[in-house]
Design a binder for this molecule. Structure first.
Ligand SMILES: *Cc1c(COP(=O)(O)O)cnc(C)c1O
Ligand SMILES: *[C@@H]1O[C@H](CO)[C@@H](O)[C@H](O)[C@H]1NC(C)=O
Length: 412
């Protein structure tokens, strides 16, 4: 049997030739991917219907049939963000691309932004905004804490910024930032845009874009929306659109220029090519939004909330405690669990993966080494997934000699 070489041979001598052969050999094996229950902070498992949608035939990114699919996505996003704004779209990229699009387009050089920084996401937005030459004021809170409306209002008054940035679901610390309570009105009164990161929260906890006076928000496909990573849905309200259209300078990014991407999504009338839309990814998003529509936001929120209660009932029975002190500050979708003294957090996550095929994560940024993070997002926010996580904790802790709840109060 003749085997066709996958790589050009003969040009390379010595070890590189051998490497090529090894690579060719590996690629001839069929692609095998183990099945994992992804209970970290993302990606979470995609819904089978979403994965199936991605296998549909490609369309051209400027075909009328494809534009219809894009229109349907925009309608679904209005529901998800709870906004009447016609200005919704998906950025081709992950949550970070949504973050960068919003920051790069809604701030001009010299504009001031107040970044509420209580974890890695505020940290990154502060970095990003600086790169786009904005003047960055950081409002800091310790990991696991959130900001009171009073504090935020005072910062608006003191700094008179062009924008205020908040993270609804701080997935590096497990904190949930409250957004209602007149914050939107205060931003309006101060002439500041209210920008919210909802990557780890949208679809899992209530978010009311218009009612809360949010001017711009973005999310990611792979967290509570049960799709693979690759799309960053966002919306801009009327004040954000006014800012975008009234800019004196072009955003310092061509790839993420929302005036141009908006044209592709039909925001301003005629459509024109900016980049090739991620055809199969948009099929996935349309299906994910259809699934969310079928279930309904309220039912989704209730399901996530139930999974969170089930998880903590089990974790507390094992003697584990939440990292976030205040009940009201606890994020439902990404749960941070204190690593008890004497327990090796990495050994537990390795044990869970090896013995249960379940992903449990360690901390990130300010919580690194201090917590485990368990995501309850999208299709994974179910009683069955929670039980697998609890079984993995039970076995993993027992393997390290943990005696359970009774052992917890004992001091060395
Ligand atoms: C995951 C996450 C992001 C980044 O999303 P990527 O898809 O990894 O780029 C941003 N913000 C929050 C709150 C997140 O949880
Ligand atoms: C899987 O579980 C067994 C039994 O607890 C344990 O001996 C083994 O170390 C575990 N695997 C890993 C990689 O932790």
């Amino acid at each position: 049997m003749r085997r066709t070489p996958l790589f050009i041979r003969g040009r390379f001598k010595g070890p590189s030739l051998q490497l090529c052969d090894l690579a060719a050999l590996a690629l001839r094996q069929s692609l095998e991917v183990p099945s994992r229950l992804l209970m970290g902070p993302g990606p979470s498992n995609a819904h089978p219907r979403v994965l199936a949608a991605q296998a549909l035939p490609l369309l051209g990114h400027m075909h009328p049939h494809f534009f219809k699919i894009m229109d349907e996505i925009q309608g679904g996003l209005r529901y998800l963000f709870q906004t009447d704004s016609p200005y919704t779209l998906c950025i081709s990229g992950t949550g970070h691309a949504g973050m960068e699009a919003v920051i790069a387009n809604l701030l001009e050089p010299g504009d001031k932004i107040v970044v509420a920084n209580n974890g890695i996401w505020g940290e990154r937005v502060a970095d990003m905004a600086g790169r786009f030459r904005a003047e960055v004021v950081q409002l800091r809170a310790p990991a696991g804490k959130t900001f009171s409306t009073g504090e935020l209002k005072a910062a608006l008054e003191e700094h008179k910024p062009a924008a205020l940035f908040l993270v609804q679901g701080e997935s590096s610390t497990g904190a949930h930032q409250a957004l209602g309570d007149g914050l939107g009105a205060a931003c309006r009164a101060a002439g500041a845009l209210l920008i919210v990161d909802t990557v780890a929260s949208l679809g899992g906890v209530p978010f009311l874009g218009d009612a809360w006076g949010v001017d711009a928000a973005y999310t990611g496909s792979q967290k509570c929306l049960s799709a693979p990573p690759g799309a960053a849905p966002l919306f801009l309200g009327p004040r954000a659109i006014e800012k975008l259209r009234g800019r004196g300078t072009k955003p310092a990014t061509y790839n993420l220029d929302l005036n141009l991407i908006g044209d592709y999504w039909g925001w301003f009338g005629k459509r024109s090519y900016h980049h090739t839309g991620m055809v199969s990814m948009w099929y996935a998003m349309r299906e994910a939004l259809a699934i969310a529509g079928d279930e309904g936001l309220e039912a989704m929120w209730a399901r996530h909330s139930q999974a969170h209660r089930d998880l903590w009932e089990g974790l507390r029975a094992l003697g584990l405690e939440p990292f976030v002190e205040k009940d009201a500050d606890r994020l439902i979708t990404v749960n941070t669990i204190k690593v008890p003294p004497g327990i090796d957090f990495a050994a537990l996550t390795a044990h869970a993966m090896a013995n249960f095929s379940v992903e449990i994560s360690g901390g990130l940024g300010p919580t690194a080494g201090k917590v485990w993070r368990v995501g309850l997002m999208g299709a994974n926010a179910t009683p069955a997934s929670v039980q697998v996580v609890l079984a993995a904790f039970r076995a993993g802790l027992a393997a390290q000699g943990w005696k359970g709840a009774q052992a917890a109060p004992a001091t060395a």
